[in-house]
Design a protein. Sequence first.
Length: 186
Amino acid sequence: METLEKTVNGFKSQDIMDTVGAIQSNPEIAKFKFRARNKWISGGHNRSTIQDFYGACTEDETRKEPFVFDNSEPPILLGNNEGANPVEFILHGLAGCMTTTMMLHAAANGISVDHVESSLEGDLDVQGFLGLDETIRNGYQNIKVNFKIEGDLTEEEKQKLISFAYMSPVFDIVTNKVPVSLSLNV
């Protein structure tokens, strides 16, 4: 007789347990190096490609084609809308990572969710970036995230889901300083 594997929120429970078990037995599996490459095109337009990464003790070769992202600016910021601007990509990355983190941890805890949506808004004053006022931060001063969560859930379960979002790697990146080193190929 065939056993049906339990799936919660699109994650297979056995896959979660297997992954956690593998990492517990060999913590080196948990170390990843993600990469992006970028080329300037013109004005505020540039293009990033993302394909290879290192994880689970090996170079990943599952992506046959790179993901391509055009970065640009709206006309009011001297661009031509060839793509979202980089600070908008940060909101996209934050939303995506918090949602995935929330759903993975919900599945691991047996919490089934029907629907999740989020809206994000970041406040940015370009006077800092333009060097017009040194007292104004170059990046976001504040990011507001609002989740809409639906399912047969208690208020306590919904709050638990929100607590899972705080475990997002991108949430950590945007709320804590990350050392970034710049170098020049010569």
